[in-house]
Design a protein around this ligand. Sequence first.
Ligand SMILES: Nc1nc2c(ncn2[C@@H]2O[C@H](COP(=O)(O)OP(=O)(O)OP(=O)(O)O)[C@@H](O)[C@H]2O)c(=O)[nH]1
Ligand SMILES: [Mg+2]
Length: 425
Amino acid sequence: MFVDSAKIYIKAGDGGDGCVSFHREKYVAAGGPDGGDGGKGGDIVFKADDNLSNLIDFRYKRKFVAERGKDGSAKNCTGRNAPDLVIKVPRGTVIKEAETGRILADISGDEPVVICKGGKGGRGNSHFATSTRQIPRFAKPGFRGDEYEVQLELKLIADVGLVGFPNVGKSTLISVVSAAKPKIANYHFTTLTPVLGVVRLDENSSFVMADIPGLIEGASEGVGLGHEFLRHVERCRLIVHVVDVSGCEGRDPIEDFEAINRELENFSEELAEAPQIVAANKCDMATPEQIERFKQYVTEKGYKFFEISAATTKGTQELVKAVYEDLVKLPPVKQFEAQPLTQEELDDKLLSKKDFSVTVEDGVYYVEADWLWDVLRSCNMEDYSSLQYFQRVLRSTGIIDKLEEMGINEGDTVNIFDFEFDFVE
Ligand SMILES: Nc1nc2c(ncn2[C@@H]2O[C@H](COP(=O)(O)OP(=O)(O)OP(=O)(O)O)[C@@H](O)[C@H]2O)c(=O)[nH]1
Ligand SMILES: [Mg+2]
């Protein structure tokens, strides 16, 4: 089975917690704080692997979580950093944030790409000693690792893409100009998955050609096999548009040509504007008048035109040479750029990090917010300075205001992750 898209969940490791500890030694009365820092959580890294040809593995495993950093320990021992989790994907896999469709990376080079950063380790209590606070009874928890739901989309890497109606001879063409051996048969939708072939002109010149399933009118609305497979020619530097010029199936080559171009346009404007060479196939079955009529139409539109017969290989070498000559002048295979968040989106993200909700039940005020968990974990409620810090956070993030707005009175109970305390103004 050929799978070219998959949705998976990835999460980098959280940082290890800092440690609360005090130096102990015989005859030393009050050793200072010596709690070490937590280690860093593992990153989620993507890497191209040429032994993989599609995304089928992600049908079975959809969740990837990197290890957490180790906690710090006494004697200023820093916790161990967790190893990165490397996810191997076929070359040409584009990673998008599932929620927004924003491109995070294009794994078509050799460099591994970090998609989720592991959380930093929390600091141990030895960092928090000051002249006025000699016994810090708290440490910081590790930071959380990034997490994402991502859409993986394989976009094959080829210089040239063959597009056209079903049964016009696309697979026959790739089979005579390259070593690829796709299935060829006299019915529609013979090709069900994309096929790549290397076309060699001589020792030093070659290019990669992609054969994809046939398109029909309405493919962009999902008719036939749909236009899904067009994503595999999206990177192509040049399109070879194959048309059955003999009209042996009762269609008109000019109408075919226009219909396919409309489907390309519906898929993506960029693809519609890619340079195109027209290959009028099945010339062995066409009359000279048929060929001439189509040739005139196509050349008037400004396209290069080649009459070929893939079945007899007539004209195919001329086509291949012309394709190569054009490729030399064209920019390299397209890479998809990662799309960073805009300033506005970054701000929204930061703001939403401070979102919270307050509900009242039986006189108890329940405050809920994901981010508060980390704050709460970093505080030692038996420690005065730690408690002060906690109160400062509640005030600066607007939680106290909200509680007052909701009519809280002195002495009422506030509950945050089951930690309860009395409200004092
Ligand atoms: N007479 C003639 N027949 C051809 C030529 N090229 C291909 N054919 C025949 O046309 C039929 C379809 O060829 P394919 O190469 O499978 O066509 P395709 O465009 O890949 O079709 P799909 O994969 O279904 O989209 C086969 O029976 C081929 O033998 C040609 O130049 N002349
Ligand atoms: Mg085919």
